[in-house]
Design a protein around this ligand. Structure first.
Ligand SMILES: Nc1ncnc2c1ncn2[C@@H]1O[C@H](COP(=O)(O)OP(=O)(O)OP(=O)(O)O)[C@@H](O)[C@H]1O
Ligand SMILES: O=C(O)C1=C[C@@H](O)[C@@H](O)[C@H](O)C1
Ligand SMILES: [Mg+2]
Length: 171
């Protein structure tokens, strides 16, 4: 079984997937890390040197390979993965998908501390960040909402979120 975690930057995909994979004894794959490893560049470097369109192609190719070839995996997707190509379709077809929801306030608080690792928000001022996230999230929710399960993460302990995922999936 592949369990895919989807949601906006900062919703906790990497954090939650690590705990979930340890609990289930599943392999952990972080799509951003996999792309970075395969291309020997960080995500900001790929955006800077090759551009976002090139990144989206790499993201799609890597996603396809993982979905086709892996078993017992927790797959942490990139924040934008569900939005491009028919990625959400192949994610739902080949895995159990879980949308980790977080409010604009929670996301702003978490992301303002770690903007440099995320090229899409690296140059947004702290003052403009909530508005940027609100608009971006509004556009993306349509895709995130295609996930099979949805879990709220606001003011919740990661352990509690992981337990809810396990319950929802009857694992
Ligand atoms: N439930 C939670 N409660 C408190 N802090 C959390 C929670 N989930 C994640 N965090 C913290 O929020 C930050 C962002 O989380 P994380 O890196 O897992 O997000 P992400 O969804 O993987 O983002 P991206 O799409 O950019 O990779 C991290 O510092 C993480 O430790
Ligand atoms: O939300 C996005 O579009 C992104 C999120 C990150 O996980 C990375 O995949 C990259 O920074 C783009
Ligand atoms: Mg991540």
């Amino acid at each position: 079984m592949i369990i895919s975690l989807v949601g906006y930057m900062g919703c906790g995909k990497s954090h939650i997937s690590k705990i979930l994979s340890e609990k289930l004894h599943f392999k952990l794959i972080d799509l951003d890390k996999e792309i970075s490893k395969r291309n020997k560049l960080t995500i900001p470097e790929i955006f800077e040197k090759k551009g976002e369109i090139y990144f989206r192609k790499l993201e799609r190719e890597t996603l396809e390979e993982i979905l086709a070839g892996e078993e017992n995996v927790v797959l942490s997707l990139g924040g934008g993965t569900p939005v491009y190509y028919n990625n959400m379709e192949i994610i739902n077809h080949n895995s159990k998908s879980i949308f980790l929801r977080a409010s604009i306030g929670t996301l702003t608080e978490r992301l303002s501390k770690q903007k440099e690792k995320r090229p899409l928000i690296a140059n947004i001022s702290d003052e403009n960040l909530p508005e940027f996230i609100a608009k971006h999230l509004f556009e993306r929710n349509e895709f995130y909402n295609k996930a099979q399960f949805s879990i709220s993460t606001d003011s919740r302990d990661p352990e509690e979120i992981v337990s809810e995922i396990i319950e929802k999936l009857y694992l």
